[in-house]
Design a protein around this ligand. Structure first.
Ligand code: NAD
Length: 667
């Protein structure tokens, strides 16, 4: 028997200990926690042995005989080896930056961001290190987590930590302007990027799905997506030329990201109905105040919606069941839906992202693990029914858009009636094609965010005031093309505190172009220098102008054929890394699925120094304008306008511009 010690270590000591010499006590499986579904058994007996060998290499051989049966049990029971015993004893949440051990403020900031991504109040399946999206992992197992935290606590500003899909390869000598951390997630040889490749190589412990802001440590709870969804809903109603007041928005999902939809609907001012099959997810969002009411009876739902529409109430209602029921019932009852969408996790359809009709949540989870072929059939049947009901509504005037979850793609693969007459395009557009692309990304507007290192809400209020002042100043001379975006974001930042958007770290998001991002960041750095603010961590969602190549989402409004290339995302992350980012990340498989997207991002620490000022100017300029240049080369006229404007402002910028061909010559 091995000696098993109760942890009496402090937070700092436990981090510095990394993987402890003595085994920590085994952990209990808490049924109150939202756990990842059992993953598909995909490994052959030889591969299972390889998975055990891979897992055990993190530990001293003296512990192998104790750990092997545990890891076998985990692989058999959960389909993955999470190493639950090594979950830390301290509470994981974004503590103020000074509470972390270490030599480097930049590394401490990264620790803070990792802690936030794994906070029980923030993460979707915290014990399995999943932040959102069903499979968006920060790390694959708790040994990786412990090692990374230990390395960050040991490193100096003359070193860089290389992280390969959750695994810390180690600290390598570098220099003060180099990124402190370089993260790659799920980078595969292209032919090995099918859905089952993720299942297999993740089960072997050699790769992981980092989503966008999960494995890049840049998640700020649902606030990020509340903002994006608010902008989308507002612009969606503008598109159909109707006020959100007295309008109906129907969608689904109350998970990590999708849970933001009801709140965004409330901010926009419409009635929102959001279907959710998982009672735990509904309960969490209801308790957090992100959705106002929960209804489990269809007739009652119809009645309540009619009443709310008549009263022009801004209210959000969770439908406690499968979303397809709502689409079918509202068709029967002739309830007119103005805007329709879906935010189930269809990027991950076979492993818990989308639930079929006719089975309870628990029955589905069982079938998914034990009869994946039948489960797939059920999903595809449901998708066909889902689309058939949507088609009935759109025939009556509903505006339906794909909200970046691969709904149209998976529905088409299921054989649903979703293709346009030319059999190439889908019947419906993605929100990027119609809304986000031409109105935001092509002008350089994207999800800029920051986190207050102090963890102090007063600091967040100060940053809100600074950002608002900067935007109001810029707005005075902004061209008409971007006035609406500026106005929406000024209104957003003014209402941000009242809307109580913070879950986890003291963070804020708004959409800004490169001018806005650079001016806001400079104003923060100045306030830090003058002693008005503590450290600020800048970042963005990967869902942005430049960071992501995703043919069915971020780059779905690229029409020169290049939307199936990923040069922009790679250029972006390489460029950010040598222009001063504190950490950079590049991932295979964000919101729309493994093999379907390459997305990258950065984090940048502002400490009030001249170095920070130099870095922010250099990196933020590239980070936005790289994407505008590519969008302009793809002949998007809004981007041509934006990049020409940027060239006037910065004589060092010289971009290749496209020539437009007369259509009559080609047709
Ligand atoms: N548009 C964007 O900006 C954007 C941003 C982030 C994520 N996404 C995408 O949105 C999707 C959702 O992300 P998430 O993080 O919220 O995922 P999630 O897995 O946390 O939530 C999805 C929810 O949908 C529920 N669900 C699945 N099938 C259902 C059904 N038939 N009826 C009712 N409920 C059902 C699940 O129970 C789950 O709670 C993902 O595909 C993600 O990639 C889009």
């Amino acid at each position: 028997m091995k000696t098993i010690k109760n942890s009496t270590m402090t937070f700092k000591e436990e981090i510095l200990a990394g993987i402890p010499n003595e085994l920590p006590q085994t952990k209990t499986y808490d049924p109150q926690v939202n756990h990842a579904p059992k993953r598909k058994q995909i490994l052959s007996p030889e591969e299972e042995i390889l998975a055990y060998r891979n897992a055990l290499r993190y530990f001293d051989p003296k512990h192998h005989a104790t750990l092997l049966p545990e890891f076998k049990h985990e692989l058999e029971t959960y389909g993955r080896i999470y190493m639950h015993r090594f979950r830390p004893d301290y509470k994981i949440y974004a503590r103020p930056i000074q509470e972390y051990p270490g030599e480097s403020t930049q590394a401490k900031a990264i620790m803070l961001m990792i802690q936030n991504n794994l906070d029980h109040a923030v993460a979707q399946h915290p014990d399995e290190l999943i932040t959102y999206g069903g499979n968006g992992g920060v790390f694959s197992n708790w040994a990786q987590y412990r090692l990374v935290m230990q390395y960050l606590a040991q490193m100096t500003d003359q070193q860089t930590l290389a992280i390969y899909s959750g695994h810390p390869m180690g600290l390598f000598p570098s220099h003060k302007d180099a990124p402190r951390v370089v993260v790659t997630n799920g980078m595969m040889i292209p032919n090995y990027s099918k859905a089952d490749d993720w299942e297999k190589f993740n089960a072997l412990g050699v790769t992981q799905y980092g989503q966008m802001t999960a494995g890049s440590y840049m998640y700020i709870g649902p606030q990020g997506i509340v903002h994006g969804t608010t902008i989308t809903v507002l612009n969606g109603f503008r598109k159909i030329k109707k006020s959100p007041k007295g309008g109906l928005f129907v969608t689904s999902g109350l998970g990590g990201m999708s849970g933001a939809q009801p709140k965004a609907g409330n901010i926009a001012g419409c009635v929102t109905v959001c279907g959710e099959i998982n009672k735990k997810a509904t309960k969490t969002r209801h308790e957090q105040g992100w959705v106002d009411e929960v209804i489990s009876d269809l007739d009652q739902l119809g009645k309540r919606v009619k009443e709310a529409l008549a009263a022009k109430q801004a209210v959000s209602i969770a439908w406690d069941g499968n979303i397809v029921d709502v689409w079918e019932h509202f068709d029967k009852e002739n309830i007119h839906i103005d805007l329709g969408s879906d935010q189930t996790s269809l990027h991950n359809p076979w492993a818990g992202g989308y639930y079929p009709m006719g089975l309870s949540y628990e029955q589905s989870n069982e079938m998914m693990a034990n009869d994946p072929a039948l489960f797939k059939e059920k999903i595809q049947e449901t998708l066909k029914r889902h689309v058939a009901a949507i088609n009935k509504h759109t025939a009556k005037g509903t505006y339906f858009f794909d909200y970046g979850n691969a709904f149209l793609l998976e529905a088409s693969r299921a054989g649903a009636n979703i293709m346009a007459e030319n059999n190439i395009d889908f019947k419906y557009s993605s929100y990027v094609q119609d809304i986000m692309g031409p109105m935001c990304f092509d002008y350089g507007f994207g999800p800029f965010r920051w986190v207050c290192g102090s963890g102090n809400p007063e600091d967040l209020a100060k940053t809100d005031a600074i950002a608002c002042q900067v935007l109001e100043e810029i707005m005075k001379d902004a061209p008409t093309q971007v006035q609406q975006q500026m106005a929406d974001n000024i209104q957003w930042i003014k209402g941000a505190q009242q809307n109580k958007l913070v879950v986890g770290s003291q963070a804020r998001i708004l959409y800004a172009d490169s001018e806005g991002r650079m001016k806001i960041a400079s104003a923060f750095n100045k306030a830090i220098k003058e002693g008005h603010l503590d450290t600020i961590i800048l970042g963005r969602d990967h869902h942005d102008v430049s960071g992501t190549d995703s043919p069915y989402r971020e780059t779905s409004n690229i029409y020169d054929g290049s939307r199936f290339t990923a040069d922009m995302a790679i250029q972006n992350v390489i460029g950010d890394s040598f222009r001063g980012a504190t950490w950079v990340s590049i991932h295979n498989g964000g919101g729309v699925g493994w093999g379907e997207v390459i997305n990258g991002g950065f984090g940048m620490v502002l400490d009030g120094s001249n170095d920070a000022q130099r870095r922010l100017e250099s990196m933020l300029f590239w980070d936005v304008n790289n994407g505008i240049a590519r969008r302009s080369w793809a002949r998007n006229k809004e981007a041509v306008f934006a990049i020409k404007r940027e060239m006037k402002r910065n004589p060092n910028l010289k971009v290749t511009l496209p020539n437009f061909v007369d259509d009559s010559l080609l047709n």
